[in-house]
Design a protein around this ligand. Structure first.
Ligand code: GLN
Length: 192
């Protein structure tokens, strides 16, 4: 049985754990480097990336997560995506793992939070069913490089999800939607 860790320093980690449990997956809250041992994948939740970045450094998690990502699956949602990115506009990267360029709080105040139905081909088994995506002070996924591929876009074509090997990044909060397909997709990346 698969075991998935969720970085539990700050932010929406409980919601990820609830969905994973619903899918019958074992979970662990990750706060210290030793919590990573034996995991098949790690989720970096949404929240506040500046706070998470500070706490990750304080608890000496940065290099252990970088090592973990060489062999195991890692998924960053919203703030977690910012932690994953190799390039963050105007800031130093944190984990610097994924070949994506992101910009924090890029939708501005008027579009602080919104919901959008996304058609994500990678999630559809022949039938078209939109994924109800919730965006909260979301970052923008400006571009991908090398092996990173965009898998979801807004109707205006801006990228909102990407995959690179066993790494997944989403600018929105799939753990807040009543739709488990992205979590299932991640479990596939983590290996059966
Ligand atoms: N605005 C947050 C940040 O920059 C991300 C928001 C979120 O995770 N919902 O860290």
């Amino acid at each position: 049985m698969k075991k998935i860790g969720v970085l539990a320093l700050q932010g929406a980690f409980i919601e990820h754990i609830q969905i994973l449990n619903k899918l019958g997956v074992q979970t662990r809250e990750v706060r210290l480097p030793e919590d990573l041992s034996g995991l098949d994948g790690l989720i970096l939740p949404g929240g506040e990336s500046t706070t998470m970045r500070k706490l990750a450094k304080m608890y000496h998690l940065v290099s252990p997560i970088q090592q973990f990502a060489k062999k195991r699956a890692v998924w960053g949602t919203c703030a977690g995506m910012i932690l994953l990115a190799k390039e963050v506009r105007g800031e130093d990267p944190c984990l610097g793992l994924m070949d994506i360029v992101v910009e924090r709080n890029a939708f501005g105040r008027q579009l602080d939070s919104f919901e959008e139905n996304l058609y994500i081909q990678a999630l559809e088994n022949g039938k078209k069913k939109p994924f109800p995506a919730i965006f909260i002070r979301a970052p923008k996924l400006l571009s991908t490089k090398n092996k990173a591929k965009i898998i979801a876009r807004l109707p205006d074509q801006s990228a909102v999800a990407a995959v690179e090997g066993r790494m997944l990044a989403t600018t929105f909060h799939p753990e807040l939607s009543e739709d488990e397909r992205l979590h299932e997709y991640f479990l596939n990346l983590a290996g059966k």
